[in-house]
Design a protein around this ligand. Structure first.
Ligand SMILES: NC(=O)c1ccc[n+]([C@@H]2O[C@H](COP(=O)([O-])OP(=O)(O)OC[C@H]3O[C@@H](n4cnc5c(N)ncnc54)[C@H](OP(=O)(O)O)[C@@H]3O)[C@@H](O)[C@H]2O)c1
Length: 243
């Protein structure tokens, strides 16, 4: 039996079938879209929103009252992570470059650290949960910023912030090696999508838990420009194409 009928408004992503700007996808990959969002906003949610929610909630065991730091707060995943952590009752610190401090504060972050001026390790402030989306610090530095028994969740994806590709991969290997010997929780995650998370994100969006931040919207025939923009011009938050 089909889950959806023609005309139903859905959202989702291609999962492992990465790399398409498609109009048709399997209904297994979609959920009813958040009614509170526009189509463009809803399109911005699935991959980055799922990544943020899964890392904070399922891997990081995010709890109200925790102090959460998001390293890389101004891009796709980070803009969702800041809002999701804040709406869960955490105190949130976001790390970004100067031009994005205002954006990160507008997402609800209690503190925004401009990484071009200040670091977040070795300041004396300690975080219960660190979500790292950049991979530009050593494990030792991360652990200096963590409360005893705190959790670091490391990005499983690519890298930005000037590090080499080897940087985060080596960091993740070290995490795996050290995990049995340290008291703090060090967790690595690769991206995974499922419909439960899409449904949870819909509820969260509809209850005002987050609003996707969209940098630019392109039409389908402008996809090459959209990809160029994302790859070469340091886009902020999300870039959306319409069909
Ligand atoms: N976007 C997705 O849908 C998605 C899905 C799954 C996995 N991932 C993975 O998640 C990670 C983050 O992806 P993303 O798309 O959110 O971001 P991204 O495009 O990788 O951008 C990186 C973020 O890092 C920040 N950054 C750069 N240098 C920094 C520094 N020295 N200190 C602190 N922050 C710094 C940037 O902030 P400024 O712009 O303010 O400099 C930006 O917020 C990547 O590993 C990616 O592969 C992403």
């Amino acid at each position: 039996m089909r889950r959806f009928r023609p005309g139903d408004e859905v959202y989702g992503d291609l999962g492992t079938a990465d790399g398409a700007f498609a109009e048709y996808v399997s209904e297994d990959l979609v959920e009813t879209r958040p009614a509170s969002l526009t189509f463009e906003q809803a399109a911005a949610v699935p991959l980055a929103g799922q990544t943020a929610l899964k890392r904070l909630r399922d891997v990081g065991n995010l709890q109200p009252g925790q102090h959460v730091l998001v390293n890389g707060a101004s891009e796709g995943v980070g803009t969702f992570a800041v809002q999701i952590a804040k709406s869960s009752g955490a105190t949130v610190t976001g790390v970004c470059r100067t031009r994005n401090v205002e954006l990160v504060a507008s997402l609800g972050a209690d503190h925004a650290i401009d990484y071009t001026a200040d670091g977040f390790t070795g300041t004396g402030t300690r975080y219960d949960l660190v979500l790292d989306l950049v991979g530009n610090h050593s494990l030792t530095a991360f652990r200096r910023a963590l409360t005893s028994g705190g959790t670091i969740v490391l990005s499983g994806g690519g890298v930005s912030g000037g590090s080499s590709l080897v940087g985060p991969i080596w960091l993740m290997i070290r995490v795996k090696l050290l995990a049995p010997f340290v008291r703090d929780r060090l967790l690595v995650l690769t991206t995974a999508q499922d419909r439960e998370i899409l449904a949870a994100l819909r509820h969260l969006a509809e209850s005002g838990g987050f609003t996707p931040v969209i940098d630019r919207v392109y039409s389908l025939d402008e996809v090459p420009d959209a990809v160029r923009y994302v790859e070469t011009e340091h886009a902020r938050a999300k870039v959306v194409t319409t069909v």
